[in-house]
Each structure stands twice: as structure tokens, then as C-alpha cells.
Ligand binder design. Structure first.
Ligand code: 13P
Length: 283
């Protein structure tokens, strides 16, 4: 079924697992991601930036997610990632996105609360869910680098107040991960995550910059309350590497299916590996 973030995170909470949230940059990645999730019997979150939504077309993305959810019998959420602009969020909700993230993390605390509350009201009118962020994740977002000095961990007390005052469905936390980190792995502050988990009492937490998280840390963060696990760069890098190799090797009049299908396969391998970790099954 085509469902909301709130629904899949409630199930993830019961099962002490995380739901994979995979960033797509085109329409072609979507079926690959959804087919893998269906094969592994797990819900999945397809997420797009505002840029990808405009490039592919909001309604096209909704249509693919809805029809594949039905055809494959898998729970699919379509989520707008890191949106700062109210009009962009409205556009996604009107087109049928089932979840949106309002990223007010760069705003002063009170302004972040006020902005997030407005988005929660807007989303509720469309039956959609809302993720928000407190603290600052490092790295690069949509090509813009966050300076090291600006990285702030999420404060547990503020997290409690923020959740109570906004009515959000999930909270993205800053615990040492970085967007776009793919050449090295990050050192997560488990202490900070534990403090946040203890303070928010089972509220679903989101990890950003999942590409840079070590495989062996995945179970630990899930046990500390992470329920939505964002992965973007890992998919993109593997798509680009594979298709680049195919474009270099194949004749210019070859069907471009021959360049795209191997890239999709590379994405499927990444998604399969990640989902198998996110299920958090103890052998
Ligand atoms: P990565 O691209 O580093 O995996 O991060 C994805 C993400 O957090 C999207 O919001």
C-alpha cells in the first residue's frame, strides 16, 4: 500500500528495526528500490529533493510509487527530503507525497518550532506525515557544504520540547554523521544518541548521512532508537560509476537501456545490502 511515514515508523518501532529511506535522483531508480524492498518483505521510503521532484515531476513520482506499492504488495512512502520552502512543500503535498521533511535546522530554535508547526498543519490537511531536524548534520547538502564550526549535536532537552510543541512524526538528529561522506566512514556519538533516546521515550529518530555509517554501527543505532535510515550518496556513486563504464564501452547508437539497466542493478545491490542490515535480525 501507499502509506505515510507515521505508519511505517510505528511498525519499525514495534519490530526494533529501521526503514530504509533511499534518495532517488531520477525516475529509473524508483522501481529498482521498490522491487528490492518487496522481495525482502520490508516497507520502503523513496525520498527526493525538491530538485529531483521538479525534474521528474511530482505526480509522476507519486504515480510510480502508488502503482508499484499496489502491484508488489509492499508499503511505500514517498517523502520530500530537506525542504525549506513552504511553496515547495505545498506543491509536493498537493501532488500526493505521503510525507515531507521541513528542514528548519539552521533557524533559531523558536523559529524552527514555528515553521515546523505550520508544516505539520499543512501536512495533516493532506493526511501526510512530517519529519523535522534539530541540530546540524555535517557534510554537503545539495552541493552546499556545512562548515565544521556550524555542526551542532541535537540537544536532548530541546528535542523533547520540539516534539511536544510541533506534533511531528519523526525527528532527524545530529550525532556526528555527514551528508555525502562516501570515501571514509564516520564516528557516531553513541553517547549523544543514547541521551536523546532516553529523553524522547521511544519517539522515532532519523539518521541522515547513512552512506558514511559503518555497517557494524547499524545495529547499535537501531537499538538506540533510529527508525528511518537515510541513504543517498551510496546509490548515486554506484549508479554513476556503472553507467559511466557502460557509456565508455558501448557504441553511441546502442540503446541507452544498456547503460541504465546495469546502473539499476548496482543500485539494487546497495539497497539489498542496506535493507538486510536495517531489518536488524539477530542471527
Ligand atoms: P548520504 O547521501 O550521505 O547517504 O545522506 C542521505 C541523506 O541523509 C539524505 O537526507
Amino acid at each position: 500500500m501507499y502509506v505515510t511515514l507515521r505508519e511505517v515508523l510505528a511498525e519499525a518501532n514495534q519490530l526494533n528495526m529501521a526503514v530504509g529511506a533511499f534518495n532517488t535522483h531520477n525516475l529509473e531508480m524508483c522501481p529498482s528500490i521498490i522491487r528490492v524492498a518487496a522481495r525482502l518483505h520490508t516497507p520502503v521510503i523513496i525520498q527526493t529533493s525538491e530538485g529531483t521532484a521538479s525534474y521528474v515531476g511530482h505526480r509522476n513520482l507519486v504515480a510510480v510509487c502508488e502503482s508499484m506499492a499496489e502491484e508488489y504488495g509492499v508499503n511505500v512512502v514517498l517523502h520530500l527530503d530537506h525542504a525549506k520552502n513552504f511553496d515547495e512543500i505545498r506543491k509536493a503535498l498537493e501532488a500526493g507525497y505521503s510525507s515531507v521533511m521541513f528542514d528548519g535546522s539552521a533557524l533559531p530554535f523558536k523559529e524552527n518550532i514555528l515553521g515546523t508547526k505550520r508544516i505539520v498543519e499543512m501536512a495533516q490537511a493532506h493526511g501526510a506525515s512530517v519529519e523535522a531536524e534539530l541540530g546540524t548534520v555535517g557534510g554537503t547538502e545539495d552541493g552546499v557544504a556545512v562548515a565544521d564550526a556550524d555542526v551542532r549535536y541535537t540537544d536532548p532537552e530541546q528535542a523533547v520540547e520540539f516534539i511536544e510543541k510541533t506534533g511531528i512524526d519523526a525527528l532527524a538528529v545530529a550525532i556526528g554523521t555527514n551528508h555525502g561522506q562516501y570515501k571514509s566512514k564516520t564516528n557516531i556519538s553513541f553517547d549523544q544518541l543514547e541521551k536523546i533516546r532516553d529523553a524522547v521515550n521511544g519517539f522515532p529518530l532519523v539518521i541522515h548521512g547513512g552512506t558514511g555509517v559503518k555497517d557494524e554501527d547499524v545495529r547499535h543505532v537501531i537499538d538506540l532508537g533510529i527508525r528511518k535510515f537515510n541513504v543517498g550518496t551510496d546509490l548515486l556513486v554506484n549508479w554513476n560509476k556503472t553507467s559511466k563504464q557502460c557509456y565508455d564501452e558501448l557504441k553511441e547508437n546502442a540503446s541507452n537501456r544498456n547503460m541504465v539497466m546495469p546502473a539499476q542493478k548496482a543500485v539494487e545491490e546497495v539497497v539489498e545490502h542496506r535493507i538486510s542490515l536495517f531489518k536488524n535480525i539477530v542471527a
